[in-house]
Design a protein around this ligand. Structure first.
Ligand code: ZN
Ligand code: ZN
Length: 289
């Protein structure tokens, strides 16, 4: 089903031509509850997992766990086929990205605290899928806050502009002037650069990353120090009160209040996954906020 983001209240590039160079396309995933199969792109559905390949476990130290080093089964977060999301940096010969995470809290993620993420880039044609269900995640004590419910995706491409710290000072000043002119402080949220004109809320592929909790944190590759690329954001809420006027799809103006937390997860923060542009064999970085 189509989900359509409302156009911005004004065209920033028409008003400030210098910002055009910072435009990026993100793919809003628009996850919604459904029954995806292993042949579909999805969040929270069954993965096309190769028969005979052991399901990954995580032996990294886990916070709030009685036996922190004990390996625990990871969880399938989602998978993405190149036919739906060609924007993902699929290595030659692959057409399927699978994302798994260990749903426990880890404090050894290079500065971030959250689930431990593993990525698998595969050639779907060469997979003989297993018929075994994945193992149950152990020792969660009923905490299902990082276990996604099955959702189908409704990808939509939208234009984004960066977090203000990634813009030159002249543009930031110009945007401040714009907000004053249109009365953002008085509640005209549709002209708020942060909430309505720059970065899409919700789960998405590519595009810019908001740093509303910490201010911008550089994401150098742990192996080669290259600045890493934002691959994917997994969010629990698709919008909140501040971002709703722009980012709640037009089709859902009056319906589907469930859609603001479609996967049922309660992440407190969005999980943002970064990869190295030099090599996808270099470690993944995760930032949660
Ligand atoms: Zn773990
Ligand atoms: Zn690297």
């Amino acid at each position: 089903m189509t989900r359509t983001t409302r156009p911005p209240a004004l065209d920033l590039a028409a008003r400030f031509p210098a910002i055009a160079a910072y435009a990026r396309t993100t793919v809003r995933l628009h996850p919604r509850r459904g029954n995806p199969t292993a042949q579909d792109s999805h969040l929270g559905g069954p993965l096309l997992w190769p028969a005979g390949e052991p399901w990954p476990s995580c032996g990294r130290p886990k916070a709030f766990h009685p036996n922190p080093q004990q390996p625990e089964a990871t969880v399938g977060v989602g998978q993405f086929y190149a036919r739906d999301l060609p924007e993902l940096p699929f290595p030659p010969g692959t057409d399927l990205l699978q994302v798994l995470w260990c749903p426990h809290t880890h404090e050894d993620l290079q500065g971030s605290i959250g689930p431990y993420v593993q990525l698998f880039w595969r050639d779907s044609d060469s997979i003989t899928p297993t018929t075994e269900p994945p193992p149950e995640p152990g020792m969660l004590d009923g905490d299902d806050s990082r276990l996604p419910l099955p959702c189908v995706l409704n990808p939509e491409r939208v234009r984004e502009y960066p977090w203000y710290e990634e813009l030159p000072a002249e543009l930031v000043q110009a945007l401040d002037g714009l907000e004053a002119e249109f009365g953002v402080a008085a509640g005209n949220d549709q002209y708020s650069y942060q909430y309505s004109l720059s970065i899409a809320s919700g789960s998405k592929v590519g595009g810019w990353v908001a740093w509303s909790v910490t201010d911008q944190i550089p994401q150098p590759c742990p192996e080669c120090a290259s600045p890493m690329d934002h691959l994917l954001t997994i969010d629990d809420y698709e919008w909140d009160g501040g971002s709703l006027p722009r980012w709640r799809p037009i089709e859902e103006d009056l319906v589907d209040h469930l859609a603001d937390r479609p996967t049922g997860m309660d992440l407190h923060d969005a999980v943002r996954i970064f990869v190295c542009p030099v090599s996808l064999d270099h470690p993944v970085r995760v930032d949660c906020q």
